[in-house]
Design a protein around this ligand. Structure first.
Ligand code: SF4
Ligand code: SF4
Length: 421
């Protein structure tokens, strides 16, 4: 019964004036050119579903899942409709009506359990460690893989030997006099796949006077569960993370993952109706900073080394629109001597990753990516920097598909390199 459910509020769908401004910024509309694949269409579908004219049919739900959650429509809507949020709320509503057991297994029992994730991704580390991957590339065997599998393989960065959660100390002392005591939220993808980047983040923080506390028992920030309508699981995960950082007694909580950062900053909203947690969650969220946001807010040591390279930058949607952080990564890169910064055309246009869209909406995801790689090719850069593991994996696919001679990095990697020289 719809009447028993937690539903989106009416002003989220009744206020639409059908102006169509959101169509111009929507990557899924741009590829399909159909009203249902647009923010305005999704708002209309949600309204009809909620008013009972349409069942929450598979087709309606599919359109909500086809949204890339890039937040561009939220930003442009003149009357404050937030179609991206509405799509997520519709997914959550569908999940209340027809919960799917696999979601509980995946987002409740696997992803938030770091030890299980480390075990589940062990074959990938073996693939890298034994040199099988190098061989696959050297012999051109990758080309023999069917298209989608080839692209999924191409997503993988150079994988670490050990998850960073196991290697990083719980306390990293400031390199000189302690000026700040910060918590570091180590995201799952960062620990399992981009360990060297987060190790670099911690080094850079310590070099700039931070004692860095990295609680090891943190669980997933909750974004994957949120994407699939399991807000109940996100709240459980939020409570665990909040309690851990309270115990750490830190002034600021830094993360180098754009997706984690935007979710952590939303804990206050997610737990606003929970009398036991609302205040604690709001206090937690107020402390969260992206690593570039934090570093550019303190007197940052100018790196002495040089990075002689042409570098461009892709804005992760959840950093630029989700957190309003776009100047800081650019400023951070431009502090490095020798580095030639070149602005990427349409730098804030979604890359097509959106978490799992390359798996669930392969064709659309690739089309959105092609636009990004065309722009990347025109920038003629040696590196493309981006502070989101999902974007980096998607950009890896684009670079490998098109054979571009461009390396995908986190901005912090280049700063760390300039400090070491
Ligand atoms: S921009 Fe806002 S008001 Fe205009 S069509 Fe899109 S959702 Fe409706
Ligand atoms: S969040 Fe992005 S993909 Fe989804 S409807 Fe809005 S503009 Fe389109």
């Amino acid at each position: 019964m719809l009447s028993d459910l937690h539903k989106p509020s009416e002003d989220q769908y009744l206020n639409c004036i059908r102006c169509g401004l959101c169509l111009a910024v929507c990557p899924t509309y741009r590829e399909h050119l159909t009203e249902t694949a647009s923010p305005r269409g999704r708002v209309a579908l949600a309204r009809k579903g909620l008013e009972g004219e349409l069942q929450l049919s598979l087709n309606l739900v599919e359109q909500m899942y086809a949204c890339f959650d890039c937040l561009a429509c939220n930003e442009i809507c003149p009357v404050g409709i937030r179609p991206a949020d509405l799509a997520l709320e519709m997914r959550a509503m569908q999940e209340q009506l027809q919960p799917e057991a696999w979601k509980k297994a995946l987002f409740g029992n696997l992803i938030p359990k770091p030890g299980r994730m480390e075990a589940a991704t062990w074959p990938l580390r073996v693939y890298e460690k034994l040199g099988i991957r190098r061989l696959v590339y050297a012999l051109g065997l990758r080309k023999l893989l069917p298209g989608k599998l080839r692209d999924l393989e191409a997503m993988l960065p150079h994988l670490p030997q050990r998850p960073l959660r196991q290697a990083l100390p719980e306390v990293t002392e400031a390199a000189s006099e302690e000026k700040y005591r910060v918590g570091f939220f180590l995201g799952c993808a960062q620990s399992l796949m981009f360990a060297e980047e987060s190790a670099a983040s911690v080094r850079v923080l310590a070099r700039n006077g931070c004692t860095v506390i990295t609680p090891k028992e943190t669980v997933c920030c909750g974004m994957p569960a949120l994407d699939y309508g399991r807000t109940d699981l996100v709240r459980e995960q939020a409570r665990i993370n909040i309690a851990l950082f309270e115990k750490a007694g830190v002034e600021t909580i830094v993360t180098d993952c754009a997706t984690c950062g935007s979710t952590l900053k939303d804990y206050g909203k997610l737990l606003a109706d929970d009398p036991d947690w609302a205040e604690r969650a709001a206090a937690f969220s107020q402390k969260v900073r992206d690593v570039s946001e934090f570093l550019m807010s303190i007197p940052l040591e100018k790196p002495q080394g040089r990075v002689e390279a042409r570098v461009t930058y892709h804005d992760p949607c959840h950093l630029r629109r989700g957190q309003g952080v776009w100047k800081q990564p650019r400023e951070l890169l431009q502090m490095i001597d020798g580095l030639e910064f070149v602005e990427l055309p349409e730098a804030d246009w979604c890359c097509g990753s959106a978490g799992s869209q390359l798996i669930t909406h392969y064709e659309t995801s690739l089309k959105v990516l092609e636009r990004k790689t065309d722009n990347l090719a025109s920038a003629q850069a040696d590196y493309i920097a981006s502070g989101c593991p999902g974007c980096q994996m998607q950009l890896n696919v684009g670079v490998r598909r098109e054979g571009l001679d461009v390396q995908v990095v986190h901005p912090i990697t280049l700063l760390d390199r300039a400090y070491k020289k």
